[in-house]
Structure formats: structure tokens, C-alpha cells
Design a protein around this ligand. Structure first.
Ligand code: ASP
Ligand code: MG
Length: 438
């Protein structure tokens, strides 16, 4: 059995859905197809929800109408026959009626999740109607019946496996299943989700739950590149990554894969492939347990980072100082990416600064605080690069012109991270590319 996940742009146009149809009917291995919402839909639903939260019902209504319009046009091009077109109209009526009803109820977090779930429900239902019109046998699986998260909002593969296995057994003989990425039920049984970009995570969890031979993530680029193709010329797709390398890259910038999707693959040991629907024959990137080589594989950048420096002469010889600092971040549910320390100061970075003001206020009890916003983490990733000869020298020699704010080396054997201000990002990526790859 294999899992194939298609992202928003891969399902975002009727002709793209036709491409997916070709890809999923190439051979007769049993497949679970996981779809995202059509591109732009989750953003639109988030805006609808935001306007409702603010009490702007008129704006919410306009946004619902615009979205409905988009879908009405979509099904005109997707379906040929009147009968299937009417079925699709029925689906739109059902989901947009729901959105119009919520205009009348008061906003809550649970309602927000219900709104956000409409995107994947719509994309998979429309795709299922399209497959029916094309006479392709399949079963539509409701993710809300098997994808669950626990009280800590963590998915548990064992629980997912139990429910999903039952559903698959009830459909013995079926070769093709279509289901929703992103959406799930929480411990209270309410509709919830795996956070933005979470469809990759759904696919990986499903692959773990059914012991899939492979989890294919289909997007619109041919795998992860060894640097940012928008900034650096002649970047190359990376053919092979081990899980450790992929995890570092997915987290530090290479937006092609949701970082959480790596752990199920690593734990249950199945390969993940990153493939391109526009160029299906391209090899893409294969991610699996063993590394094929040591040395630098890729450079990635993560923007909108805030650096915080806590300077305190009291830190000298004090134990427990770091714990007190970290507790502040824990209290405000803010995760820390990079940390460097000297005897009198600690610098660290965060990417979510929504609680920055409170954090600063509490940190001020420990010393003098300096904040640098708009920073970029540039990560150099490769299996065991910490042991690669002359690597640090090459990195620093490449960056003589760049004012580097922080360096993190040795935290993992597979990553060296550098913090620079955003204005130096392009130059940093270009110089590193030249120094490390050319
Ligand atoms: N539709 C969701 C989002 O846009 C999930 C996903 O596409 O992965 O975040
Ligand atoms: Mg995505």
C-alpha cells in the first residue's frame, strides 16, 4: 500500500485534478490519496473566520460569496456531464450553507476549526465526484473518523491505526481511497486540525498507520533544492536525504515539507518521496533512513526570526540561570531555535514573537535585554558535517563581508546555523553557495 499526498496547487485547478487522476491510476498498487484544500482556500477560510471573530459579519459574508464563486467556476470546468455537475452543486450548497449559517452564531475557537475544515472536505468531495465521472472505482474516507489528536494535541499512531484499519477492512477489495489532509478530531471529539501545512503530516501519519511502502508528497517543485532557487542561481534538486538531514532542512526553511512529517517516517521507517506533479518523471528527493554521503547537502534560510540577548553580570558563576530564562519561554509557549552563551550573556532566537512583550518584561528581572528583529537563520545541513574537514573555515571565509549575529555549531552533527539580519540574507546564501558548492 502506498500513500500519495497532493498539495493545494496540485489540486487547485480542474486540469491539475486530471493530472492527479493519471498519476494515481498508473499501476494497481492499493493507494490512499491525501488531498489538501484547493490553493488559497485555507487562507480564505482563515480570513472569514477572522472577520467573524472581529464581528465584521458583512465582510465575512462578502468573503464567503467570493469563495463560493470560485468553486462554482471550478466545477464548471471540472465536470462534463450534467448529472455529476448537479452532484457537485449539491456539495457546494451543503458546505456554503454551513458557512452562511455560522454567520448567525457567535464565534468560538471550536467554530473556527469547523470553518477551517471546509477546505479539505470540499477538495476531496469534488475530486471524488470527478473520479466517479471518470468511472474510477474508489472510496472516500472521512479523516474525521480516524485522524485524532490527544489532550496534548499530539497524534498517536496506534489510535489512528486502530480506526483506520477498521475502515480499510470494511472496504476490502478497494484499491483506491481518497481522504483529507490537515483535519482531525481532538480529545474532546471536536473537529480540529494539524496546523497550517499539516496535510503532509496527515499523509505521514497515515503511512505509519497502514505500514505503507512509501509516502509520496506531490507538490509543484522537483524535490528539495540545495539552496533557495529564488535567490541563488543554478541550485540543484537533492536526490537523497537521510531523515536527520530532512528534519533539519524542513525545519530550517525548506518549505516544501512540513517538519513534523519526518518523525513518523523515521520511527516507523518508511521512505518519503518529494515529487512534482508538473514533472512526474523527475526523480525528486528520496528521504530514507541511511545517508548516502557525508558533507554539505544544502543551505536553507528561515526568516522573521527575533534574537533576544539577556546580559547579566550576575550570571557569572550562577547555576540555574538558564533554567530560569527557559521557563519564561515555556510559560509563554514560545519555542527557542538557536541558543548561544557567553559567561555574561545568553542570546537566543524565536520565530513566534506574539508574546514577545510579556517575555521581555519577565526577562528584565534577570538582566539587560536587547532585541533584534527581522533576523534570518541560515542553516548549512549535511550528514555528519560537524566532522567535515575545513568546513568551518570555508563557512567563515565565505562570509568575511557579512556581519554574523550568532553561530550555532555542535548542537547536532548535521547542522551549522548562522544568524544574520534579513538585509544580509541574499548575500549570505549566495556567498555560501559559492564557497561550499562551486
Ligand atoms: N490546507 C491546509 C493549509 O493550507 C493544510 C495543507 O495544505 O497542508 O495549511
Ligand atoms: Mg504544504
Amino acid at each position: 500500500m502506498k500513500v500519495m499526498k497532493f498539495g493545494g496547487t496540485s489540486v487547485g485547478k480542474p486540469e491539475r485534478m486530471a493530472e492527479i487522476r493519471k498519476l494515481i491510476t498508473k499501476d494497481d498498487e492499493t493507494k490512499i490519496i491525501v488531498l489538501s484544500a484547493l490553493s488559497g482556500t485555507t487562507n480564505a477560510l482563515t480570513e472569514i473566520s477572522d472577520s467573524l471573530a472581529k464581528g465584521d459579519r458583512e465582510i465575512a459574508k462578502q468573503r464567503i460569496n467570493a469563495l463560493e464563486n470560485h468553486y462554482q467556476n471550478f466545477i464548471v470546468d471540472l465536470l462534463k456531464s450534467e448529472a455529476y455537475f448537479q452532484k457537485a452543486k449539491g456539495i457546494l450548497a451543503e458546505h456554503f450553507e454551513f458557512l452562511n449559517i455560522i454567520l448567525k452564531i457567535s464565534y468560538s475557537e471550536a467554530l473556527n476549526k469547523d470553518i477551517l475544515a471546509q477546505g479539505e472536505l470540499l477538495s476531496t468531495k469534488l475530486f471524488s465526484i470527478y473520479l466517479n465521472e471518470q468511472e474510477i472505482a474508489h472510496v472516500w474516507l472521512p479523516a474525521l473518523d480516524f485522524m485524532t489528536i490527544d489532550q496534548n494535541n499530539e497524534p498517536q499512531v496506534a489510535a489512528i491505526r486502530e480506526k483506520l484499519t477498521k475502515l480499510l477492512e470494511a472496504n476490502k477489495g478497494t484499491k483506491l481511497f481518497v481522504t483529507q489532509g490537515y483535519i482531525c478530531r481532538n480529545a474532546k471529539g471536536e473537529i480540529d486540525n494539524l496546523k497550517r501545512g499539516g496535510s503532509d503530516y496527515s499523509a505521514s501519519l497515515i503511512a505509519a498507520a497502514v505500514d505503507a511502502s512509501v509516502c509520496e508528497i506531490w507538490t509543484d517543485i522537483s524535490g528539495m533544492h540545495n539552496n533557495d532557487p529564488r535567490i541563488v542561481k543554478n541550485t540543484k534538486p537533492i536526490k537523497h536525504l537521510c531523515f536527520e538531514e530532512a528534519a533539519e532542512l524542513a525545519y530550517f526553511g525548506a518549505k516544501i515539507l512540513h517538519p513534523a512529517s519526518i518523525w513518523p517516517a523515521q520511527y516507523f521507517n518508511f521512505p518519503v518521496k518529494l515529487l512534482n506533479t508538473m514533472e512526474p518523471e523527475a526523480p525528486g528527493t528520496l528521504i530514507e533512513r541511511d545517508s548516502d554521503s557525508e558533507g554539505v547537502k544544502a543551505i536553507a534560510a528561515k526568516d522573521s526570526i527575533t534574537a533576544i540577548k539577556i546580559k547579566s553580570s550576575r550570571m557569572l558563576l550562577a547555576y540555574g540561570f538558564l533554567r530560569k530564562i527557559f521557563e519564561v519561554f515555556e510559560k509563554y509557549e514560545t519555542s527557542i531555535d538557536m541558543v548561544t552563551t557567553s559567561e555574561v550573556a545568553v542570546s537566543l532566537t524565536i520565530d513566534n514573537d506574539s508574546n514577545l512583550q510579556q517575555i521581555i518584561k519577565e526577562l528584565e528581572m534577570f538582566g539587560n535585554i536587547e532585541i533584534d528583529k527581522d533576523q534570518t537563520i541560515v542553516s548549512i545541513v549535511g550528514y555528519h558535517i560537524s566532522k567535515t574537514e575545513h568546513l568551518l573555515a570555508k563557512v567563515f571565509n565565505s562570509l568575511t563581508e557579512i556581519p554574523v549575529r550568532m553561530v550555532s555549531f555542535g548542537g547536532s552533527q548535521h547542522n551549522i546555523s548562522i544568524l544574520v539580519s534579513h538585509e544580509h540574507k541574499e548575500k549570505t546564501l549566495q556567498l555560501l553557495n559559492k564557497g561550499l558548492f562551486e
